[in-house]
Design a protein around this ligand. Sequence first.
Ligand code: SDX
Length: 441
Amino acid sequence: MAGSSSGSRAAAGRMTLSDQRSGDSWELDVFDGTLGPSVIDFQNFYAKSGHFTFDPGFTSTGSCESRITFIDGENGILLHRGYPIEELAADSDYLEVCYLLLHGELPTPAEKAEFDDIITHHTMVHEQLRYFYRGFRRDAHPMAIMCGVVGALSAFYPDTTDIADPRQRLIAAHRLVAKMPTLAAMAYKSSVGQPYMYPRNDLTYAENLLFMTFGVPAEDYEPNPVLARAMDRILILHADHEQNASTSTVRIAGSSGANPFACIASGIASLWGPAHGGANQAVMAMLREIGSKERIPEYIARAKDKSDPFRLMGFGHRVYKHYDPRATIMRQSCHEVLDELGIRDEPLLGIAMELERIALEDDYFIEKKLFPNVDFYSGVTMRALGFPETMFSVLFAVGRTVGWISHWKEMVEAPQRRIDRPRQLYTGAEKRHYVPLDRRA
Ligand code: SDX
C-alpha cells in the first residue's frame, strides 16, 4: 500500500490511532524492515497530538534503523550482517567478524590480510598509559580500570577524535578493537602485580590476549591452539547484539557528538551491571552459592518466589524467548576447553548442567520462556582458561567493542543524525513557591 514517506523512507502502510476522550485520531506511517517486526513512525507524534509515547525499558520501542545485527528472539536467530552466528562461530575468526560488522561485507583475502595487519600494528598502547594504571588500588575491579582507561584514550589519541572526519573515525575504530586486549591484560597484570607484557605481532588476536594476560617475561610462551580457538570464539559470541543496554548507551552518548573513546567507555560502564555483561561473574557466584546439585531445587524455588529477589543468573533475556543461540555454542566450547585441560568433573559445570536440565523442565521457566543466555556457560569457560571472575565482564567488553564502535559509526554516519533526547511521564509536584528556611517547620 503506498503511503507518505518520512524522510527518505517510503511507508509500507498506515495505522490510525484514535483518542476516545477527545475523538481525535492520527494517521501514522508503518515502515517495514528487511526482517523482523514493522515499526510505527512516532517521530512527529508529539507535534501532531501533544502526547508522548510511554515505554519504560523500551520493550516495544525501535530506537533507530540499523543494518548490523538481526535477532529473532522467538526462534533463537542471531545474524551479523545477515550471516548466522552459528556459521561465523564455526568458520570465521574474530577479526573477520570485526571487519564484517564494521564494513558490512566479508573481506576478500586481500582485505582480510590488510585488516589483520592494521589491527596487529595498533595493539601497542601509549607508553604513558602504564602510569595511568598505577593510580588504581591493587584491588580495583578491572572494569573500574577499563572505564577509566578507555575514557582517557581521547587524551592519548586526540588525533582521532574529530567525528566528522571519516578517516579519523576509522582509525579510532581500529585503535579501539586493537588496543582493548592490551588494556584488558594490563588491568589483569595490575591486579596480580606482574609486569605488563607487550603484544607480539607473530600471534593472532586471541593468542595475544592470552599471552599478554598469562605470559611472563621469565618464560617463553607457546599458545595452546585449542584454548586460543575457544578464546576467539568467546570474542565472536560477544561481538554484537543489536540495541542492547550498553550499545544503546554508546549510541546515546555518541548522538551528542562525544568522541568515540568516551562513548565506548560509557558502553563499558553500562555493560558492568549484573543484569547485563556482569551476569557472567554473577553466574559463577550463584553456582558457588548453590554449591551442590542437591541444593538446586531450593534455588529454583527461590527464583520462582516473587518475594525473593534471587534470580537465576545466566537465565532469561529481554529478546530471546527461546534458547540463546550463543549459549548453545558456548556450552560446546566449554566442554572442548575442559576436555583439552583434562578437567573432567568440574564441579561448577556439573551444577550448571544439572541446573539447566531442571530449569528447562520446570513449568515456571517454560511458561516465562526463560532459557540459558550467553552468560550461563561463558563464566565456567573463562575460569577454565585461567581468568579470575573479575575479568569476565572485561572479556565481554573486549569482544563487544567492535559492536559498540560499529553502531557508533553507523549512528554518526546516518543521514539524519539527531541528539537522542527522550521525554517522560511527569508525576512530580505541581508548581509551588520557595519557602525561606526560617519559615519552614
Ligand atoms: C546479556 O540485551 C541483550 O542483548 C543483552 C546481552 C547482550 O549480548 O548484549 O544478550 C547480554 O545481558 C544477557 C542477559 C544476562 N543477564 C542475566 O542473566 C541476569 C538474569 N536475567 C534477568 O535479570 C532477566 O532475564 C533479564 C534482565 C536478562 C531480562 O529481563 P526482562 O526482559 O526485563 O524480563 P523481566 O525482568 O521483565 O522478567 C520477565 C519475567 C518476570 O516475572 P513476572 O514479573 O513476569 O512474574 O521473568 C522473570 C521475572 O521475574 N525472570 C526471571 C529471570 N529473568 C526473568 N525469573 C528468574 N530468574 C531469571 N533469571
